[in-house]
Design a protein around this ligand. Structure first.
Ligand code: ZN
Ligand code: ZN
Length: 314
């Protein structure tokens, strides 16, 4: 059996597959990158060769004009391909449009890197798919028993209690589209305005047949004249509303507290919570878990006597 350390190592540029000579979500420019999804901490521009889904490429192209310099090798979900004898396939991660778990098969061992993932329903992207593996490499952002994400529909319905204008701060890629879709489905009386920096990503979603319902680019006067409108904008722009008393300020986050000053939080997260991480471990039937991203200590403690090996990938 090839142990994970003969197969994957953690270098300064990120997770490196030794026999395949490629990186998973490298943090620096490399020759060959296999990229799980388009968020900035997973997808840097200008790698020489990039393997990813079409959704990821389109979101990267919108984010980085320079990404044209890379050669993109686009793969469908479940379409196996090979890099130097390592068989690779993508499975939906349920995180954002195009997000993928990356399954690596080598010498009859199956290594699954989840990237960021969630199990909760999200009509704005492809639904998570369980994949069995021998070695599971996963994020532990909210792998803490005190994190039990509420139902997103209940969270969004709570906005119907307010009959005043609301501004919602949300990450421009993924979160903003999910909230737009939830508003369209559950708060049909609200007019939804979207900041320009968000609208560009909305259009990428729609080009991928992900309908987000009724929304329009922000028009200041129309927003000011209305009494029941929502304006979705990226965090940096949201921060400028901190002293504004005429609107209700809500920040969307899975964390219990918002880093940005706001009147309340919309507890909508695109990451798995504690129970979802445990479900992942159980359903993948893995023998060994490796944590990356976040504090894995709760999970390490929890699985200690389970018969499943666990450690931080180092
Ligand atoms: Zn992400
Ligand atoms: Zn991430």
């Amino acid at each position: 059996m090839v142990g994970v350390n003969n197969f994957i190592s953690l270098s300064k540029a990120g997770l490196y597959c030794i026999p395949g000579d490629f990186y998973l979500d490298p943090k620096r420019i490399v020759q060959t990158a296999v990229i799980s999804h388009a968020h900035g901490d997973h997808a840097v521009p200008n790698n020489v060769n990039v393997y990813c889904t079409k959704g990821t490429r389109e979101l990267m192209a919108m984010r980085y004009n320079a990404s044209a310099r890379s050669v993109f090798h686009l793969k469908e979900y479940r379409e196996a391909f090979d890099i130097r004898g390592v068989k690779i396939s993508f499975y939906p991660a349920g995180h954002i449009l195009g997000s993928a778990q990356i399954l690596l098969e080598y010498n009859s061992e199956r290594y699954l890197y989840t990237g960021d993932f969630k199990l909760q329903d999200d009509n704005s992207c492809e639904a998570f798919e369980f994949v069995e593996c021998d070695h599971l490499i996963t994020e532990t952002t909210f792998a803490d028993p005190t994190y039990d994400h509420p139902e997103p529909i209940a969270e969004i319905l709570s906005l119907n209690e307010f009959d005043q204008n609301v501004v919602i701060g949300a990450y421009a890629v993924g979160k903003a589209q999910r909230i737009t879709k939830l508003l369209a489905d559950h708060c049909p009386d609200k007019m939804v305005f979207v900041h320009n920096g968000v609208a560009a990503f909305h259009r990428v979603y729609e080009e991928h047949s992900r309908s987000l319902g009724e929304w329009m680019p922000y028009r200041r006067q129309e927003f000011l004249d209305s009494r029941n409108a929502v304006y979705i904008l990226p965090p940096a722009h949201f921060a400028r509303y901190s002293r504004n008393k005429t609107v209700l300020k809500i920040f969307a986050t899975g964390w219990k507290r918002s880093y940005y000053s706001c009147d309340r939080i919309l507890r909508i997260s695109d990451h798995a919570d504690w129970n979802d991480v445990l479900t992942l471990v159980r359903k993948t039937k893995t023998k060994q878990v490796y944590t990356v991203h976040g504090d894995g200590s709760h999970l390490i403690h929890h699985l200690k006597d389970s018969g499943i090996g666990i450690r931080k990938l180092a």
